[in-house]
Design a protein around this ligand. Structure first.
Ligand code: SF4
Ligand code: SF4
Length: 436
């Protein structure tokens, strides 16, 4: 066993209101510079939606990236302009600026400089890249008001009245995203210059700006599309987990400013010897459990001894024991990784949104969190379990269902306590939370 420490994050999606405070404060701190106008180290996606950059989850579109990355390695010998040209030929599978969005501002001067006219002048959009007037054709969160309609059965829709059913089954939620600081980071593996690296002390993945040669293989190689190219400096940039802040004991900017208080940061311990085997787990459906099995229990004396042998200090061990991330993943069992099927072993996990539990199809409209309804109603969530499973468990609904039941039980249990009623122990014990 080779014990290593990793800084990780869990986000509770039921609490995200999509205010983008995290994105804006992160941008002010890290990407408020020329060349990074389009860059959001932290972005908040509307789900269901295309994401940012759009369709990044369509891995078929980026297929071949690994092969091309390997070919890119061969072209390293070339330099200067030739290398830049080779980059474009060897690595064409990068998102375009239009996939991210073309950042713009408004031509406010026109409000004051327009000639006298019958109508009030308007400030038209102007590209921040070219400075020219532009048409805004797409940007992140373009899908805000569309929502999703999962009504799968056309017959059922007809019988139930299509309009009502579509309206009642429409759903949306927000998914905040940063770099996953993966245990098996493909951005690091794909960089021909060795500029990307994973810090051994806390697992933060960084770009060495001096070594970066602008190949952008990391942009192609990261399945989460969380490395960006600064078109002014010609270097790759990415989320740094705010390392200058966490090193002095203060949280990341996105966590500190989050309006919903939904981001939990903590240390976890993992067995570095088991990462490669777990990432290569043959069946995608087993990847969530495989990833979980790599994480270690810091309360286990054997793990503690191995951690000390690797030079992990006692106060870090203590921090791992008190880590809310460990608690949410293991003790409460309510956090899941994003797209484990990408096999990079992501270290930002999510508590899936429970949303209102309303049994639409049965037409009862009952509150599914009440005792007795809990287990029947959990499959009739507004957000389809299948959709959440595609995001968090490579399509396996089992673990998502178990997490949602537990969340429903916690909500019901706490609601009764807060109302001064006796908590229903039958609910708590049914999901293994007795005395929670
Ligand atoms: Fe690298 Fe992408 Fe993983 Fe971040 S999310 S560590 S950029 S592979
Ligand atoms: Fe969601 Fe918090 Fe970001 Fe607001 S600040 S969008 S609540 S993650």
């Amino acid at each position: 066993m080779r014990v290593m420490a990793q800084l990780a994050m869990v986000m509770n999606l039921d609490k995200c209101i999509g205010c983008h405070t995290c994105s804006v404060t992160c941008k002010q701190a890290w990407t408020n510079r020329a060349g990074t106008e389009y860059v959001w180290f932290n972005n908040v996606e509307t789900r269901p939606g295309q994401g940012y950059p759009r369709t990044y989850q369509d891995q078929e579109r980026w297929k071949g990236g690994w092969e091309l990355n390997r070919r890119g390695r061969l072209s390293l010998k070339a330099g200067g302009r030739v290398r830049k040209l080779l980059t474009i030929f060897a690595n064409p599978l990068m998102p375009s600026l239009q996939d991210y969005y073309e950042p713009w501002t408004y031509d406010y001067d026109r409000l004051f400089s327009a000639p006298m006219q019958a109508d009030a002048p308007v400030a038209r959009p102007r590209s921040l890249i070219t400075g020219e007037p532009t048409k805004i054709s797409w940007s992140a969160n373009w899908d805000d008001n569309l929502a999703g309609d999962p009504s799968p059965d056309p017959v059922l829709r007809k019988v139930s009245g299509q309009v009502t059913l579509e309206f009642e089954r429409a759903f949306m939620f927000y998914l905040p995203r940063i770099c996953e600081h993966c245990l098996n980071p493909s951005c690091v593996a794909s960089c021909p210059s060795g500029a990307l690296y994973k810090r051994s002390e806390d697992g933060i993945v960084l770009v060495d700006q001096d070594r970066c040669r602008g190949w952008r293989m990391c942009v192609t190689g990261c399945p989460y599309k969380k490395v960006y190219f600064n078109h002014r400096t010609g270097k790759a940039e990415k989320c740094t987990f705010c390392f200058p802040r966490v090193e002095v004991g203060i949280p990341t900017v996105c966590s500190e400013t989050c309006v919903g208080r939904l981001r939990y940061i903590g240390l976890v311990l993992y067995d570095a010897d088991r990462v490669a085997a777990a990432a290569a787990t043959p069946d995608e459906k087993d990847l969530y459990e495989a990833q979980k099995s790599v994480l270690l229990d810091p309360h286990d004396p054997e793990v503690a001894a191995a951690a000390r042998a690797e030079g992990i200090p006692d106060d870090w061990l203590e921090a791992a024991r008190r880590s809310p991330v460990h608690k949410l993943i293991f003790d409460l069992g309510v956090a899941l990784p994003l797209h484990p099927e990408y096999r990079t072993m992501p270290m930002v996990w999510y508590i899936p949104p429970l949303s209102p539990v309303v049994d639409v199809l049965a037409g009862t409209g009952h509150d599914g969190e009440d005792a007795g309804n809990l287990f029947g109603a959990i499959d009739a969530l507004r957000i389809p379990i299948g959709y959440l499973a595609e995001l968090f468990t490579a399509g396996d609904p089992g673990p998502v269902r178990a997490v949602l039941r537990r969340l429903a039980a916690m909500r019901s249990y706490m609601r009764r306590l807060n109302l001064g009623q006796d908590p229903d122990e039958s609910i708590a014990s049914a999901v293994g939370m007795s005395g929670a």
